[in-house]
Design a protein around this ligand. Structure first.
Ligand code: ADP
Length: 165
């Protein structure tokens, strides 16, 4: 079976349905931050931040996972996307690697459904269209047998992502 990929608009911490795993846009220190990370931690409760602590020093492009606590999910996959500088510091490769790492871990965890934000496009400043292209390309080509929801936080992101899909 081919994976089914869709784009939805909303808050990834408050999806109106259960998913097996929610992807967090984490930082390398695995210290709860803002954006997706802040929203996820607020909803999950303080146990999530405590669980994240032991993964401090997770390299950019890689992932770790924890339980999802009070989120409507089984796992949180914490993915560390690159901070965008000028595009000449391996950002595209690191972002692609982050999505590949997510898909490999999702396969290992045997998830049937997965919600993914657009990594690095907030505080980390990655140009939106290029980041969406990298996200879609790398998730599609993995061909995981699972339902995949890209979660766009605003209308313009949703529009671009749906067009690219
Ligand atoms: P990063 O630090 O990797 O850039 P951010 O969390 O700052 O991560 O932003 C990543 C993307 O997620 C941005 O496009 C941002 O608008 C969006 N975003 C922020 N909060 C949420 C949320 N609660 N649910 C879904 N997407 C969100």
């Amino acid at each position: 079976m081919m994976e089914k990929i869709s784009v939805i608009k909303g808050d990834i911490a408050y999806l109106p349905f259960h998913v097996d795993a929610i992807v967090n846009a984490a930082n390398s220190a695995l210290v709860p931050g803002g954006g997706v990370d802040g929203a996820i931690n607020k909803k999950a409760g303080p146990d999530l931040g405590r669980a994240m602590l032991k993964f401090g020093g997770t390299p950019t492009g890689t992932v770790v996972y924890t339980p999802a606590f009070d989120l409507n999910a089984d796992y949180v996959i914490h993915a560390v996307g690159p901070r965008y500088q000028d595009g000449e510091h391996g950002e595209a490769e690191l972002l692609a690697t982050a999505y590949q790492s997510i898909m490999k871990l999702a396969q290992k965890l045997e998830v049937n459904s997965l919600a993914i934000p657009f990594l690095s496009t907030g505080v980390y400043g990655y140009p939106l269209e290029e980041a969406i292209n990298i996200a879609m390309e790398n998730v599609k080509k993995f061909n995981l047998d699972a339902r995949i929801y890209f979660v766009a936080f605003d209308e313009s992101t949703e529009k671009i992502a749906k067009k690219r899909l």
